[in-house]
Design a protein around this ligand. Sequence first.
Ligand code: SF4
Ligand code: SF4
Length: 353
Amino acid sequence: MKKLEDFADDINKCSKCGLCQSVCPVYKITGNDCAVSRGKFVMLDGVLKGDLKLNKNIEKYLDMCLKCGKCKGFCPSNIDVCEIFNTAKYECAKNTFHGKFEKLLESRFVFGNFMKLLKRRPRVSSMAADVSVTKLLYFKGCVNNVLPKTENAFKKICSKLNVEIIERNFECCGLPFLSSGNMERFEEVRAHNLKLMDCEYDYILTDCASCESTLRSYGCENLINAAEFLASQNIKFKFKKPVKVTFHKPCHLKNDDFLKTILKKCENVEYIEMQDYDECCGFAGEFAVKNPKISQAISKQKAKNALATGADYILTACPACIMGLHQGFIVAGKKAPKIMNIVEFLAQADAVA
Ligand code: SF4
Ligand code: SF4
């Protein structure tokens, strides 16, 4: 397990240019330099030099980060901020009462058994006996296990395709544990999930952008998200009535190239791009709980941008973003259009393979 001092060179790479301020959703709302990577690196540099202690105040600012990675993409020094912040958070929390309490809540005994209780049985998958079948190892994250709506929609569409869906008893991808600084628990679920991936498949399929980005951090290859997979298939989606849709790109989604391809496959669907369609929705699990006002302000702006399109549907590819979008409409006091994973939207059409 890495220590904060292992990142000393990366932290020193920060030139303090401040470019990260222009893309950080939290800085845009707060205007606080401690909320963006530059300010956090100044504090962490002070810790490494022995001028500052990793105290509650620094932990508060470490928690004030959506882990959206926008600053990394913009940073001329290409510093992997999330890994550094997660490690610093681990060192902050490991010996505190609240850190130990969170670890208890996130343990296999409490969190693992709670998830087992909530788990819903999804629709039985389609199985093709053909040798040309595409084998999809379906990685199910926490939300999918509790509410398998996207999974059921995906399986409905797949009944028209030559695919085999392989199911394993995966645990949470571990992203919530990384964010709370619970590295031991993250390593535990990572090892469990990697063991279950030791089987024959063509792709590891996810229906959650956050799970996908975490699996990428495991070093997994051949990852594909459910919408990307459908875009690659010879299938058309015929909607009975004309509908207008817009799309929110989750921060953790590597790319959204599939969107154009999918829209071309749809009949009776008009796409209207919302302003800042790839801006964060403001909802990042623990962030929303620890920074409710900032989270709500970001979500509200997202809802306003979505509403301005006049779309009947807001589509996305991450269950946490669906919550963020709903939060935005609640805070804005506006009636929300239908908000769903793009796969659920496609499952409403007549699919013609
Ligand atoms: S953009 Fe990168 S180098 Fe510039 S201040 Fe932000 S973290 Fe530092
Ligand atoms: S990861 Fe996102 S929220 Fe965190 S400092 Fe970077 S841009 Fe801001």
